[in-house]
Write a protein that binds this ligand. Structure first.
Ligand SMILES: *Cc1c(COP(=O)(O)O)cnc(C)c1O
Length: 407
């Protein structure tokens, strides 16, 4: 394996780009003919946006989603002009001009965002490409039913204000192009629940209504046949059949993690992309009765040995996993004892074969999984990887051979 190192931090997140590319190919295959939209918000779920975006782009992927406009503009810098980038989370004061100018596609969850985006498009002399977002039951972002109806009316008003269709093609139109319809599931990770089907039904109905509006506007608001229709996230992409929509926004599974309770990554044909590693920096004999870490919440039941391992909540490792988590050293699991501190944790290695300098796998394909850490920390694998912060070096593990594009 080839790797590039940077600052020599004690805790490193190895990012397996070949695994990332393979996961994308597996997911795209499962989704086909629907398109894969790669969700890389929150620093690519903690994996590092630069490495992840470049890795996916190199394998041929061109559709990306993030949450915020800041993330979208950063991604545009990394990927250049020919990637489609969309974002959906912004506030009433957020400046939309830069996003529209950079060709970022934006989700619209409020009626007045239509005016704001049209105005932004005029100021930067382009057309704003938007995805209408309808709330089909999650109750989070998206147009609620009454707002949905008003948004459709307002689109027709904007189209009418733009005047009659001019004979020459230089006519600017309403300044908005509806390129997508989107929504988001609430319980797609629980396949037995009825709400997912209900959300799909509402979404299908909204699609029909939007199609009628676009067709009535004679193509100037966008072409209904070219609409990108997307509601599925990772759990929906992995469980729903027939698959709803023409695209899916997939985040977690790209990184080789399972969003499902009863199937792990391997069951799904996915490989974890992040391997979080540290090392043994101190090793000491501990007499029976000795405590461990702040609060002395652990007491050695017999004579034993403690290994000191850099890595704590200052790196994004969950303190709530104290006294429950395990790590792997030379292929053997050992318990984390006492409280996980800001910078370090204590691992009880007993009589195990462990030496100073040994690599410690905190989580990854050859150690505990992010899902196990999620259980130990009373959270989910999503949070375990996303929490890993900038104090940790991201080290790219490059593909061993170049077999060509993953498309
Ligand atoms: C985060 C997010 C996704 C991706 O969800 P995963 O479960 O990680 O695949 C898709 N759509 C929206 C709106 C999101 O916020």
């Amino acid at each position: 394996m080839t790797s590039t190192d940077s600052s020599g931090a004690l805790v490193r997140a190895e990012i397996d780009v070949a695994a990332l590319q393979a996961n994308a190919a597996v997911l795209a295959e499962r989704l086909g003919p629907a398109r894969l939209k790669c969700v890389v918000k929150a620093n690519a779920y903690g994996h590092g946006i630069d490495i992840v975006a470049r890795g996916l782009y190199a394998a041929g992927w061109r559709d990306f989603c993030v949450a915020t406009i800041g993330e979208a503009l950063r991604l545009r810098q990394i990927l250049g002009e020919d990637a489609a980038i969309m974002a959906w989370l912004y506030g009433p004061e957020t400046d939309l001009d830069a996003a529209v100018a950079a060709g970022i596609e934006l989700g619209v969850s409020a009626v007045d965002s239509l005016d704001r985006l049209r105005d932004a498009a005029r100021r930067v002399n382009t057309t704003a490409r938007i995805h209408l977002k309808v709330d089909t039951g999650l109750g989070r972002n998206g147009l609620a039913p009454a707002d949905w109806a008003r948004a459709l009316e307002h689109l027709q008003e904007l189209d009418a204000e733009a005047g009659p269709v001019a004979a020459d093609s230089s006519e600017t139109g309403p300044g908005l192009e509806i390129v997508g319809l989107m929504s988001h599931y609430a319980v797609a990770d629980e396949p037995e629940r009825v709400e997912t089907g209900q959300q799909t039904q509402i979404f299908t109905f909204a699609h029909r209504e939007l199609t009628a509006v676009l067709d009535g506007a004679q193509g100037r608001l966008g072409e209904s046949a070219r609409l990108e229709v997307h509601i599925a996230n990772s759990p929906a992409a992995l469980t729903l059949s027939p698959f709803p929509g023409t695209a899916a926004r997939v985040g977690l599974s790209l990184f080789g993690l399972s969003p499902l309770e009863d199937q792990d990554a391997q069951d799904l044909g996915l490989v974890p992309v992040m391997r979080l590693v540290s090392q043994v920096v101190n090793l000491k004999d501990i007499p029976s009765g000795h405590g461990a870490s702040y609060g002395l919440t652990f007491t050695a039941a017999a004579d034993t040995r403690f290994a000191l391992v850099p890595g704590g909540y200052g790196d994004g490792i969950a303190r709530t996993a104290s006294n429950r988590a395990e790590v792997s050293i030379r292929g053997t699991r050992y318990p984390v004892v006492g409280r996980i501190a800001m910078d370090q944790m204590i691992v009880e290695v007993g009589a195990g074969e462990v030496a100073i300098g040994d690599e410690v796998v905190i989580f990854g394909p050859d150690g505990p999984s992010a899902a196990e850490w999620g259980a130990w920390a009373d959270t989910i694998n999503y949070e375990i990887v996303t929490r890993i912060n900038d104090r940790v070096d991201r080290v790219e593990v490059l593909p061993q051979s170049t077999d060509g594009p993953g498309l």
